[in-house]
Design a protein around this ligand. Structure first.
Ligand SMILES: Nc1ncnc2c1ncn2[C@@H]1O[C@H](COP(=O)(O)OP(=O)(O)OP(=O)(O)O)[C@@H](O)[C@H]1O
Length: 253
């Protein structure tokens, strides 16, 4: 049995043109854990997640999936990982079903298994009614949902999802929440970023708060939020002087 953490991030760092985006971040996501990454716009969440899954080369640091470095030449980390990146590049001139079939076969799944899973994924993502629509003509929310479907298709052991619920309608979000919770209960690991604090509180057992490229608080959800809501805790941690009532005083006068 593999006892390595689902995802082990050590000292990941990245600068763009001399500006530090991520500064020596350590994170550990255990199997059977739902981990939420939160923080203000520009905190470094997307950059960290891209490096964590091997889609962006770090300046320093490592990321390992179930004990194997993500830059390892073998296929194992790719088999174990399901990824929903922020800016998702998809083959555009395929229908949702064709896309799932294509990616499923590319990942080495048998045609019969791909067919069954594609049908179920299109069903739970509420995309069966769009059988003839090409991905290029999908709405923003539909693109997000087909992206999520591609992340789940090969039944990975670790899911890394950048803002999976943003722009997804409430009905689809509810089924997705159920699916992800069951996945974690069965031993899967989820690392997701979100700005929806209520959702993170509802789903995640562990959280990390990022600000200016660093993790400024992390641990069990209850520890990080204390007696406050997570929203209040994150605001207090990342912008202690916030108020805002007197700003834009001309608006609406
Ligand atoms: N490709 C890039 N080139 C230059 N700067 C970048 C690039 N990607 C990110 N940055 C910068 O790195 C910092 C972190 O950005 P990042 O997208 O990781 O933040 P984030 O926490 O995901 O923000 P948001 O919540 O708005 O999605 C920002 O200052 C951003 O401008």
């Amino acid at each position: 049995m593999n006892v390595a953490p689902a995802l082990s991030i050590r000292g990941l760092s990245k600068s763009f043109g001399g500006k530090i985006a991520v500064n020596s971040v350590d994170l550990e996501v255990l199997s059977g854990s739902f981990f939420g990454l939160v923080g203000p716009n520009g905190a470094g969440k997307t950059t960290l997640l891209l490096m964590a899954v091997g889609l962006m080369r770090p300046d320093a640091g490592t990321s390992a999936v179930l004990g194997t470095d993500v830059w390892h030449r073998g296929l194992q980390p790719k088999r174990d990982l399901g990824v929903l990146p922020d800016a998702l590049a998809l083959p555009e001139f395929l229908t949702g079903r064709e896309l799932l079939n294509y990616l499923g076969r590319l990942r080495g799944l048998e045609a019969e298994i791909v067919d069954t899973r594609a049908e179920e994924l299109l069903q739970v993502m509420d995309l069966l009614g769009e059988e003839r629509t090409l991905v290029v003509d999908y709405s923003t929310g539909m693109r997000k949902k087909i992206g999520l479907a591609t992340a789940l298709l090969h039944n990975p052991r670790v899911l890394v999802l950048d803002e999976p619920f943003e722009v997804v309608d409430p009905v689809s979000a509810l089924s997705l929440k159920r699916i992800l919770s069951r996945y974690v209960a069965r031993g899967g690991a989820v690392l997701l970023s979100s700005h929806v604090m209520a959702l993170v509180e509802q789903l995640c057992d562990t959280v990390a708060v990022m600000s200016n490229g660093e993790v400024i608080a992390g641990g069990a959800l209850e520890e990080v939020r204390g007696a406050r809501s997570l929203e209040n805790a994150v605001v207090a941690l990342t912008d202690p002087g916030s108020g805002g009532a007197e700003e834009l005083s001309w608006l609406g006068t």
